[in-house]
Design a protein around this ligand. Structure first.
Ligand code: ATP
Ligand code: MG
Length: 418
């Protein structure tokens, strides 16, 4: 569960800012729900025989003897929240959330035990137009973040639940006859969740799967039509994608559309964003049937991709100007003046020198702060009711005196705001 340090937070904030402003541009509204839920919620929604529920959840018993789990993903808690608060009486709903998720996995690059997702869930929309909207939004996001050349889209259809049940039998029939050629994990899944075998990474099993019956060949007409509709919208919008018949996703609630945005820039952790349709989930968790579609992106992997792309966003906490102060009277003068400046220029970032220190030592701190200007109040400045201003970077202004009343205008002119 890594700490995210001040040197890294500008990149995080940049991503969060770009994503949330884009979500608002598509009229998605934020929802916040707890980090803890009853364990049963995740067992019922994600599915008992999935990696997450079998091996990855942080589960404990609280003082009442209730079993609680740190959320391993957002969809289950989001559905619980919209159901419990009556949001599904007003459809459609377009929602987003952001926050930490917890999975007990082996930590490595792009895989942590506390990680962060930004997720979207839409309710009440049965057609493929909403999947297309999500994918267009995501394609735009990659362009905005400058990583569109590093990710590609893969889509698939899982069909109806009847189709999956039929296909399950066909797959078991094929694989059971060849069980001795399966890897150990897949052999275990054969009896519990055979569809999960399809995205195995074991080379031997993959080879075996090449000859297996294809889910695509078992699809029902409605799911085919849905996929056709989605592809027409994506084609019209010029969104490139690859149909990957082996794409199944690791959660039980998906049906019809599933997709992943993948990259080969992050080693084994290739999936940056994943989503799909879950029309049965709301009913399964106790509501009337309401179709749902959603996706989640992993922020850690996005941060890594932006680093690969050489992104260097500005630090929103770097001061524009640093105050260097003489004696206690100068300090009082500067504190009052700085507050007046903050009233006039709310965007202005000023760093006061706090703590003792000779002016020479303060100048060093000013330089190290990254500020572009230093504001000096010594004995002479104080007597004249002025401030000495000097640029700290190449091309900045020579030292000059500015009256206290003229300082706001001077700074507004010197500092190019974003
Ligand atoms: P993977 O196949 O990499 O384990 P997943 O299928 O378990 O991913 P989802 O549950 O669909 O992933 O979560 C969506 C996204 O969340 C992933 O694409 C990834 O970007 C991110 N994610 C999932 N688990 C982790 C983790 N342990 N650490 C960091 N990011 C993660
Ligand atoms: Mg996983």
């Amino acid at each position: 569960m890594p700490d995210i340090l001040p040197s890294q937070t500008p990149l995080w904030q940049h991503i969060e800012h770009e994503v949330t402003s884009l979500l608002h541009a598509y009229a998605y509204r934020e929802i916040r729900f707890p980090l803890l839920e009853p364990t049963e919620l995740f067992q019922r929604s994600i599915g008992e025989v999935t990696d997450i529920v079998e091996k990855e959840m942080y589960t404990f018993t609280d003082r009442n003897g209730d079993s609680l789990t740190l959320r391993p993903e957002g969809t289950a808690g989001c559905v619980r929240a919209v159901l419990q608060n009556g949001l599904l009486h007003t459809l459609p709903q377009r929602l987003w959330y952001l926050g930490p998720m917890f999975r007990h996995e082996r930590p490595q690059m792009g895989r942590q035990r506390q990680f962060h997702q930004i997720g979207v869930e839409s309710f009440g929309l049965p057609g493929p137009d909403i999947e297309a909207e999500h994918l267009l939004l995501l394609a735009r996001l990659w362009r905005r973040l400058g990583i569109d050349h590093l990710v590609t889209l893969e889509i698939n259809s899982l069909g109806s639940s009847a189709v999956r049940a039929n296909y399950r039998e066909a797959l078991i029939g094929y694989l059971a006859a060849r069980a001795d050629q399966l890897d150990e994990d897949s052999r275990r899944r054969l009896g519990s969740n055979p569809l999960r075998i399809l995205d195995t990474k074991d080379p031997g099993t993959r080879e075996l799967l090449a000859g297996a019956p294809q889910l695509t060949d078992h699809l029902d007409e409605e799911s085919r039509e849905h996929m056709r509709g989605l592809r027409e919208l994506l084609d019209a919008a010029g969104i490139a994608y690859r149909v990957n018949p082996a794409l199944v996703r690791g959660l039980d609630y998906y049906g019809k559309t599933v997709y992943e945005w993948v990259t080969d820039s992050l080693g084994a952790q290739g999936t940056v964003c994943a989503g799909g349709r879950y029309d049965g989930l709301v009913e399964q968790l106790g509501g009337t049937p309401v179709p749902g579609v959603g996706f989640a992106m992993g922020l850690e992997r996005l941060v890594l991709l932006l680093e690969v792309a050489g992104s260097q966003p500005g630090d929103r906490a770097q001061p524009h100007a640093y105050w260097v102060l003489g004696d206690a009277a100068a300090q009082r003068f500067a504190f009052v003046l700085a507050e007046r400046l903050r009233d006039r220029l709310p965007w202005l970032r000023l760093q006061m020198h706090c703590g003792e220190g000779r002016m020479k030592a303060q100048m060093k701190k000013a330089d190290r702060s990254g500020a572009t200007l230093v504001l000096i109040v010594g004995e002479e400045e104080l007597a004249a009711g002025q401030v000495s201003v000097r640029g700290l970077r190449e091309g900045g202004p020579e030292q000059s005196r500015v009256g206290a009343d003229a300082l706001a205008d001077y700074l507004a002119q010197q500092i190019v705001t974003r």
